[in-house]
Design a protein around this ligand. Structure first.
Ligand code: LRH
Length: 490
């Protein structure tokens, strides 16, 4: 076959990139052709995404392909974080800027929802974990304050669908992203109209659902002309970034657990049927929609957000260090001084993360980390411990052992955390690829174009194309002892 040029637009909560993939049928190689920041914008008491700027960055990525790379672009795909959306009016115009999932509008909305539809019933319908930022609670917040935007809304499009709409003019909803809303029925993979109606949300704003690996349209002709791209097919990949990342886990074993590590840490397994039971509900595990009828049974863990936010605080104070320098400070600090529960609400959106960590340690009667190194070491060790906590509970729910951990995503660059994770979970850890999300996005394009058969084949190709790094557990005794102390704060 001729080599395909595929373009992945991968939008994360702090940055985005356009990654060019060249696929010759056997191997995939990647090249970053455009990178940009994605800062939340705070105005008038709310936090928004600057979606038009994000679209502008997509155009820059396309222009860079045309001007710097050249040749034929076979297709493109878009993935973003979950849950957030834009609303269009009946003529297709965007009504306001999409809210950021960390906006405070959803405070108290879960409780409001449970008063109408019991929590257990919501879980039974959707299988989705309770996170205050889920689309369901964002919509409820708009409804509660009689938002004119919601009243005028004709169509809801999630972030990747919205960006695809700007590009193609086609309105559709991709399944993996839609599943994060907590508004889909887990088993039938369709909108849960009973839940939507019970909460008094409009049920006429949702479009039909497309499975990942299908062609959703082509770049609109006026834009194709302007950018000189040709009418490139736009593919519905697994448009939820975690969905794309999990596609790219280069696993050959059956007994593995994955961790998609970035701003969030998403840890879980791939299953054929959603797991909806009391234990899964109690420990707040989710069943996100995956490719080829799979589900991602996983837990959302706060992840590197905590480190990113510490860095932001220090940057603001004029003490600017690279992530590599911060990692070194943590490495040189005293072990096991204090622990936090990374998933405590204290760490969701504090104005000063370092303060939040210190307050948590003081409140729980532990030594209070003082230096940057101590604070970071506390976060790293606590994350590693939370991974162990999560795997142990996964094993209980699944009733089978999970013997190896695959870590993918940007977090794999953090060697200290990789090693701490192996130590804490006492299992081998295989790290890579780092650009898993973009790679999963690219390979689902190849599948939609008919150049690769299935997920199994995709993973073999990824394994053959990208190296991994292995970490073996060390100091297991000391980590076991410290885990007992960690358990006291979760
Ligand atoms: C990770 C992620 C995660 C969601 C969160 C909002 O980027 O998609 O899966 O829950 O963002």
């Amino acid at each position: 076959m001729k080599t395909l040029n595929l373009l992945a637009f991968d939008f994360g909560a702090s940055s985005g990139r356009a990654i060019l993939g060249r696929f010759d049928g056997k191997k995939l190689s990647i090249e970053e052709i455009h990178r940009f920041s994605n800062e939340p914008v705070k105005v008038g008491g709310h936090t928004y995404w600057d979606v038009l700027r994000l679209f502008w960055e997509m155009r820059q990525g396309l222009l860079k392909f045309v001007n710097n790379v050249g040749g034929e672009l076979s297709s493109l795909g878009i993935d973003t974080w979950g849950v957030d959306f834009g609303l269009l009016d009946s003529s297709g115009e965007l009504l306001g800027n999409p809210y950021h999932y960390r906006d405070s509008q959803t405070e108290g909305m879960m409780e409001k929802a449970f008063a109408i539809v019991p929590k257990e019933q919501i879980y039974e319908y959707t299988g989705i974990a309770f996170q205050k930022f889920n689309t369901i609670y964002q919509l409820l917040a708009l409804k509660e304050r009689n938002s004119p935007i919601l009243e005028k809304a004709g169509t809801l499009l999630f972030m990747p669908d919205l960006l695809a709409y700007f590009l193609t003019g086609e309105k559709s909803t991709e399944y993996t992203e839609a599943s994060t809303s907590q508004l889909l029925e887990a088993r039938s993979k369709t909108w849960c109209t009973d839940l939507i109606k019970a909460l008094g949300l409009p049920d006429n704003i949702f479009t039909s659902i497309q499975q990942p690996g299908t062609i959703r349209g082509n770049i609109a002709s006026h834009m194709a002309e302007e950018l000189n791209t040709g009418r490139v097919p736009v593919i519905a990949v697994a448009t939820h970034d975690t969905g794309s990342a999990v596609v790219a886990v280069p696993a050959v074993e059956d007994d593995y657990v994955y961790l998609s590590s970035g701003t969030w840490s998403l840890m879980g397994v791939e299953v054929k049927e959603p797991i909806i039971n009391e234990q899964a509900l109690q420990w707040n595990y989710t069943n996100e929609g995956g490719v080829e009828n799979s589900y991602r049974f996983l837990k959302n863990i706060m992840g590197l957000w905590i480190i990113q936010e510490c860095k932001r605080v220090w940057d603001r104070q004029g003490e600017v260090y690279s992530f590599a320098q911060l990692e070194e400070m943590a490495r040189n600090s005293e072990p096991f001084k204090a622990f936090i529960d990374p998933d405590h609400d204290d760490f969701y959106a504090p104005s000063d993360m370092t303060q939040a960590i210190q307050n948590f340690c003081a409140r729980t009667g532990q030594a209070v980390p003082q230096t940057k190194g101590e604070i970071l070491r506390c976060v790293y060790e606590s994350l590693a411990m939370k991974y162990r906590w999560t795997i142990e509970r996964l094993e209980k729910i699944l009733n089978r052992p999970l013997n190896v951990l695959h870590i993918v995503g940007g977090g794999t660059k953090d060697k200290l955390l990789n090693q701490f994770t192996a130590n804490a979970i006492n299992r081998p850890v295989i790290c890579g690829p780092t650009e898993a999300t973009a790679i999963g996005n690219l390979m689902m394009q190849a599948k939609a174009l008919g150049e690769v058969a299935n997920l199994r084949e995709i993973r073999q190709i990824i394994k053959a194309s990208f190296p991994t790094a292995d970490y073996m557990p060390q100091d297991v005794e000391a980590w076991n002892e410290a885990y007992e102390r960690f358990l006291k704060v979760v």
